[in-house]
Design a protein around this ligand. Structure first.
Ligand SMILES: CC(C)(COP(=O)(O)OP(=O)(O)OC[C@H]1O[C@@H](n2cnc3c(N)ncnc32)[C@H](O)[C@@H]1OP(=O)(O)O)[C@@H](O)C(=O)NCCC(=O)NCCS
Length: 238
């Protein structure tokens, strides 16, 4: 397949893709992809913020709720071709935006998925719902104030990228960061772990445009604030 997205960083990249390459996700990849995201997010500070809540009486159901949420979300994304995997789900990237239009059936599936995930959300504890709302609101503010609605809509948004811990460091993330949907468009990503992941995104050609935190004024969160970043990769269209 012709590689439409080119970038100077990619041109000089030390890693030459020789193993599996990313492709749109299939339903048969779902169990492996869910396993990957659960394993890869364990040490992620944002994930900890939205799971280690003070009202942990929901903890047993939290994991189940999380797994069910991911199965629904990833199924909808598989149907609408907005998730790509590598090595049968050992790594994945979810992709939004790009001024994309959906067919009638895709819109219907998205709506059903939305109803189901909202239902699951209502079973989450109050503290968890508050923390998720804090993350969502602050992220939306950062995107709107730095990119604006129109630009953000036209850009590709990477809303999740993860590689199974057993397979990190061998180039899967790099390949997922350049899947063949970019078509030269600008893209942005929210880094859920500014300290650990900025080097990876810079390697892919992204630059930090804003940083922010969650948890800094939450008395129920005893750990340091979680540092997040908005990063942008410029358009390669001439
Ligand atoms: C971030 C992540 C997707 C990177 O995937 P990966 O397959 O390990 O990345 P690659 O092997 O393609 O690495 C490419 C380059 O990025 C950099 N890099 C990757 N992970 C890094 C890390 N944790 N810290 C610093 N640099 C990193 C390195 O420079 C590496 O180049 P090198 O191999 O020459 O050293 C993966 O580590 C991951 O899934 N992490 C947990 C989930 C997560 O944090 N996702 C991002 C949410 S914002």
């Amino acid at each position: 397949m012709e590689q439409r997205f080119r970038h100077s960083v990619v041109d000089t990249m030390a890693i030459t893709p020789t193993g599996p390459t990313p492709r749109p996700m299939r339903y048969s990849d779902l169990p492996t992809t869910v396993d990957t995201t659960m394993a890869a997010s364990n040490s992620d500070p944002l994930h900890q913020y939205v799971t280690e809540t003070s009202d942990r009486n929901y903890a047993r159901f939290l994991r189940l709720n999380d797994i069910m949420w991911r199965y629904i979300e990833w199924s909808v994304r598989t149907y609408t071709q907005s998730i790509w995997t590598i090595d049968g789900g050992k790594g994945f990237v979810t992709i939004d935006g790009g001024d994309r239009t959906f067919s009638k059936s895709q819109k219907l599936v998205r709506k059903i998925g939305d109803i189901l995930t909202r239902g699951l959300h209502s079973f989450r504890s109050r503290e968890l719902r508050n923390r998720l709302a804090e993350f969502k609101d602050k992220t939306n503010d950062i995107i709107m104030s730095n990119l604006g609605q129109e630009r953000a809509k036209e850009m590709i948004g990477l809303s999740g990228i993860a590689v199974h811990p057993d397979l990190q460091g061998i180039g899967y993330g790099t390949q997922l960061g350049q899947v063949d949907v970019f078509d030269g468009r600008e893209s942005f990503v929210i880094s859920s772990n500014e300290a650990a992941n900025t080097a990876f995104y810079k390697y892919l050609g992204y630059e930090t445009v804003a940083t922010y935190t969650v948890g800094e004024s939450n008395p129920a969160w005893k750990k340091p604030p979680v540092h997040l970043a908005l990063l942008v990769r410029k358009s390669m269209k001439q």
